[in-house]
Design a protein around this ligand. Structure first.
Ligand code: ADP
Ligand code: MG
Length: 642
């Protein structure tokens, strides 16, 4: 062809006056080409262009610049090369090499021609500079071909390949028969198999044996019918180690809709699963209830501990409104208000810090709890997670402490009064005795009555001072079993024949530090109370046993240090006590008995003697069934020899 278009004898094309048929033919051929073409002489001057060149210049308003026959092509590229445009520099250099004859090879260059306003309309061009000589002069044919369409296709393919090679996800492509045709580097990293070890093999080489045949069947069922499958699978690495992956398998169809390949993208999630199970471990080991809520505070997670605390199972509460489902009715309005504060960015008690509130148990009771909700922003998706802690024990403990402090306070006051009062009674008693010596016989009887009354008053003050631990107590080491056996006849005498007394004093470690007469007094007081509670008769059981206590004593007004104790109990089958009476029974002067029958000091004195020995006392009772009052006394430490 070129020999036809450019026979050696042809004159210079730029000198168009030579109107040979060859030139006309050549011009027609050049005009028919989709590339825009210019022919340059040895200096770079444009000496001819084709029709497409002119159209292009017009379309792009390039005719306003010098861009046609007679202009120098090198001058056209010059401004861009001054701005360090690497494409322009490459083109100028390539062109110069062709024109000055230092290169006889065609120069090719692809470059991007950016659209000034719209990157979507950027064009790619293939520039080729073809050397040829006319009349022994070096000339060049410059052709620009728009290759945007091809370029975009090629580039996206390249990008895709690079992405597949570089992604950390594993990619595996199998054909319809299941033979592996492609794996990327991520696949080798996750599975430990090199590419050449798996090509042509079936993916079942990765099977761990931990996934059921049904699961595999379900996967195959889904993808072979043209649907995507996504899920988690446990596989085995080449080195035998198990790992978890999240896999998406996509069936690829040809234009006729027939499946030709399957593309599997796998993500190693072993670590995430491990973390998840660690978190799950923490949550299940915690005594607190774990919960999670969505942005509207609807419950999304509800741990078994939350169920234990509130009596509501996950199935009862998932999807329900958290505040409405669990917060105690009186605190509902406040919780809603606090949530609104949080939403409007104000400080809120509900979220971000632990706070005490009350929740409604499934059985209707109200529980004191600590609630700690934290807001979590999952990429714009707001969630809450937190813990519910049952504070029943803590609140009970606080109540116990308050009660103990109250008893202490009352005791101090009563003890002070009793001491002063006892001094007065001593003076009264002493003076009456002196008066009795000189008194006329008819007055002696009255004076003796007064002396007896003073003695009884003095005995009462003694109980009070015991309670207040101000009395003259002399704790000695004593054996509780023996004390009880010694006092049994006195107990029987106190309660009368209508009541059957049984004594089992069998404490193994029965030595305690105690004021003996105080202890005897306490037991007699308890027996007297039991008698009052069983006017028709009944049974009275008195016992002592050893027990190790790990500090929480149910029903005792005070917590005790961990240690070994002797529990002394006096149980009756009497009328029992109401909750309200139990709550007050140890307080001095509390009595339900009619005026003159009860002083309200018996149990206060019992409690006082127990506290004095470093122990405590407790009541358990049921109306109509009976009462059990127990003294919990620390056992005496064995004495050091020497
Ligand atoms: P008092 O016997 O003088 O009333 P106490 O301190 O001994 O005072 O007892 C306080 C109250 O506790 C009694 O009034 C009674 O209501 C109740 N109580 C004590 N022991 C018993 C018991 N064994 N059975 C029923 N109630 C009892
Ligand atoms: Mg009493």
């Amino acid at each position: 062809m070129s020999s036809l278009l450019f026979p050696k004898s042809t004159g210079l094309i730029g000198e168009i006056n030579s109107q040979s048929s060859v030139v006309a033919l050549m011009q027609a051929a050049l005009d028919a080409l989709p590339a825009h073409i210019a022919i340059l002489d040895g200096t770079g001057k444009i000496i001819g262009v084709n029709a497409r060149w002119i159209d292009y210049a017009k379309e792009n308003a390039l005719d306003r610049f010098e861009f046609g026959v007679g202009d120098n092509y090198l001058d056209i590229c010059q401004p861009a090369s001054i701005q360090d445009d690497p494409d322009a520099i490459a083109v100028i250099n390539g062109l110069r090499a062709v024109l000055n004859g230092s290169s006889h090879e065609p120069f090719n260059h692809e470059y991007l021609c950016p659209h000034p306003a719209d990157p979507g309309r950027d064009r790619w061009f293939h520039l080729s500079v073809m050397p040829f000589s006319l009349n022994c002069k070096q000339c060049a044919l410059v052709s620009h071909e728009d290759i945007t369409a091809r370029h975009v296709g090629e580039r996206s393919q390249k990008l895709l390949k690079a992405a597949m090679a570089n992604t950390r996800s594993a990619i595996m492509i199998t054909n319809r028969a299941g033979d592996i045709e492609y794996v990327n580097a991520g696949f080798s990293e996750i599975t430990g198999y090199a590419r050449n070890e798996v090509l042509g093999k079936n993916p079942r080489i990765l099977k761990s044996g931990k996934i059921s045949a049904e699961t595999y069947a379900a996967i195959w069922q889904s993808i072979s019918s043209g649907h995507l499958w996504k899920g988690q699978v446990c596989n085995r690495r080449k080195d035998g180690q198990l790992y978890w992956e999240e896999m998406t398998i996509n069936p690829i169809k040809d234009p006729d809709g027939v499946i030709t390949h399957f593309v599997a993208v796998k993500e190693d999630i072993t670590e995430e699963r491990l973390k998840e199970s660690l978190y799950a471990g923490v949550i299940s080991a915690s005594a607190d209830g774990f919960i999670a809520l969505d942005e509207q505070l609807r419950i999304t997670e509800w741990s078994p501990q939350a169920e234990t605390i509130l009596g509501l199972g996950a199935k009862d509460v998932i999807g329900k409104d958290f505040i409405a489902s669990v917060i105690a009715p009186e605190l509902l309005a406040d919780a809603l208000l606090q949530y609104r504060h949080f939403q409007s960015g104000q400080p809120s008690r509900l979220i971000g810090r632990p706070h005490r509130t009350q929740m409604r148990h499934h059985d209707g009771s109200i529980l004191p709890v600590e609630l700690w909700l934290t807001a979590i922003d999952l990429q714009g998706d707001l969630r809450f997670s937190g813990f519910i802690r049952d504070l029943s024990d803590v609140v009970r403990g606080e109540h116990v402490l308050l009660e103990a402090q109250k008893m202490e306070g009352v005791g101090q006051m009563a003890g002070g009064l009793a001491h002063d009062f006892n001094n007065l009674l001593q003076i009264i008693g002493g003076s009456l005795q002196i008066a009795a010596m000189k008194a006329p016989p008819e007055s002696i009887k009255h004076i003796n009555n007064a002396i007896d009354a003073a003695k009884r008053g003095s005995a009462i003050t003694k109980s009070l001072t015991t309670f207040a631990r101000r009395g003259e107590m002399r704790p000695v080491e004593a054996d509780i079993n023996e004390l009880l056996i010694d006092i049994e006849p006195l107990i029987q005498q106190t309660v009368g024949k209508q009541i059957v007394v049984t004594l089992t004093a069998t404490a193994i470690q029965s030595k305690v530090q105690i004021d003996v007469s105080g202890f005897n007094n306490a037991i007699i007081n308890l027996a007297a109370n039991a008698r009052d509670a069983m006017p028709e008769g009944g049974k009275l059981l008195i016992y002592a046993y050893s027990q190790h206590i790990a500090h929480k004593v149910a029903g005792a007004p005070i917590d005790l240090p961990e240690g070994d104790y002797v529990v002394v109990g006096v149980d009756d089958t009497g009328e029992g006590m109401s909750e309200a009476v139990i709550a007050k029974a140890f307080e001095p002067f509390f009595t339900t008995k009619e005026l003159g029958k009860g002083t309200g000091l018996g149990l206060a004195m019992v409690y006082g003697i127990c506290r004095q020995s470093g122990g405590s006392a407790r009541i358990s009772s049921q109306l109509g069934v009976g009462t059990s009052i127990q003294l919990i006394l620390p056992t005496a430490l064995p004495k050091n020899e020497g």
